[in-house]
Design a protein around this ligand. Structure first.
Ligand SMILES: [Mg+2]
Ligand SMILES: [Zn+2]
Length: 165
C-alpha cells in the first residue's frame, strides 16, 4: 500500500474557536469561518485529514470522554454533510499534573498512531497549529509545521502555505 499525505490539524483555535478556556459544551463549540472551504481544498488535493488535540480538561475532571466524543461526532457528521471525510480525531486526555504522558503535544505519540493507522507519509504531510507545541510534536516525527494565529481563517493558510508550498 502506498503512503498518503495528511493534513494534521490542531482543534481548538484551528477548527473551532479558541476561547481562552476549555471547550467541551456543544454551545461553545463554534466551527471557525472558512474551515469547511480549507478542508475541502486539502481533501481535493489528496490529503487525509487528521485532527490531533490536547484535552487536558478530562485529566482535570472538568469534563469526560463522553463530552469530547459528542463534539467530535458532531464535527464528523457536520463535515460529512459537506462531503468531507475526517479520517481521524485523536486526543490526549491527560493533564500534566497527573504525570507526564507521551500523547500530549509536544509529545508525538498520537502522530505516530495516526501515521501507522492510515498509512501516512510524514514527508508529504503538514501540521497546522496555533501553539509551538503543535509544531514541535510534528517536527519530532518529521512533519512540517505551520504555526498560525489562534482563530485565523484556515483557507488562506491552506492556499498559501500548503498547496502553494
Ligand atoms: Mg490550539
Ligand atoms: Zn496524554
Amino acid at each position: 500500500m502506498s503512503l498518503v499525505p495528511a493534513a494534521f490539524l490542531d482543534r481548538d483555535g484551528v477548527i473551532n474557536r479558541e476561547r481562552g478556556e476549555h471547550t467541551w459544551r456543544m454551545e461553545d463549540f463554534e466551527v471557525l469561518p472558512g474551515v469547511i472551504e480549507g478542508l475541502s481544498e486539502l481533501s481535493n488535493a489528496g490529503f487525509a485529514l487528521v485532527v490531533i488535540t490536547n484535552q487536558s480538561g478530562i485529566g482535570l475532571g472538568l469534563y469526560g470522554h463522553r463530552e469530547v466524543d459528542e463534539a467530535h461526532r458532531y464535527l464528523h457528521h457536520m463535515l460529512l454533510g459537506h462531503g468531507l471525510r475526517l479520517h481521524d480525531i485523536l486526543y490526549c486526555p491527560h493533564h500534566p499534573s497527573g504525570g507526564r504522558c507521551l500523547c500530549r503535544k509536544p509529545g508525538s505519540l498520537l502522530f505516530e498512531r495516526a501515521m501507522a493507522r492510515h498509512g501516512i507519509d510524514p514527508l508529504r504531510s503538514v501540521m497546522i497549529g496555533d501553539r509551538q507545541r503543535d509544531i514541535d510534536a510534528a517536527a519530532a516525527v518529521g512533519i512540517r509545521g505551520i504555526l498560525v494565529e489562534a482563530n485565523a481563517p484556515l483557507l488562506p493558510v491552506v492556499m498559501n502555505q500548503v498547496l502553494n508550498a
